[in-house]
Design a protein around this ligand. Sequence first.
Ligand code: PGA
Length: 250
Amino acid sequence: MSERQKLVAANWKMNGSLASNQPLIAEIVAGLGETSGSEVAVCPPFIYLSQIADSLQGSSVVLGAQNVSHLDAGAYTGETAVSMLKDFGCQYVIVGHSERRSLYAETDERVAEKFLQVVQSGLRPILCVGELLEEREAGETEDVIARQLDAVIELAGIENFSQAVVAYEPVWAIGTGKTATPEQAQQVHEFIRLRLARHDSDVADAIRILYGGSVKADNAEQLFNMADIDGGLIGGASLIAQDFLTICKA
Ligand code: PGA
């Protein structure tokens, strides 16, 4: 089995300001020092990418974006192309976050197109998948995850997953304070790895699968200790420097 380096990614969502970002990122960078064994990424809103890129100069923390257009360039008001994210030094791009799927009507196919844009530009997608509460209660969790994954495999090809990260984010756990138990999460993470292994076992073995959904300072370690959990995608707790640092150190 390959040794997978853990990744902790902060998803700031639509939070922050020029004034509040500065002390937050400074405290994170200072708190991590040079010794963290895990990779740490920060995904601020687009408009603050430049500010955060400057603050990350000389640190080991890398920059990511929360979304991207599925198209290259042109008359698409309000959209941001992957080449622009590259311009600002982004290394990761979150695609298919459940808030994008549910609030902005992103389909599995659209998410797959975004994934492809990101890998083709040499950046790394963090592909989010996850079931709704009613889907879990109806016993459909694996069907939903399989459908979300298969759409991307079909369009982008399994080989492009060697550059990707998957994030399992049960929708009922996002921002609700209701975390999946380590066992519940592990079960789905293992399912994701097996689903990818049907196509390429080396890719499946090497890929990092993050857990997201109410990861907090006091539950991160238990989650990250599970065999197939390779880190976390952190929303609310990433806005509080000390909480985020504790999670990174877990
Ligand atoms: P949360 O969000 O940590 O606030 O639950 C996670 C996410 O949506 O990525």
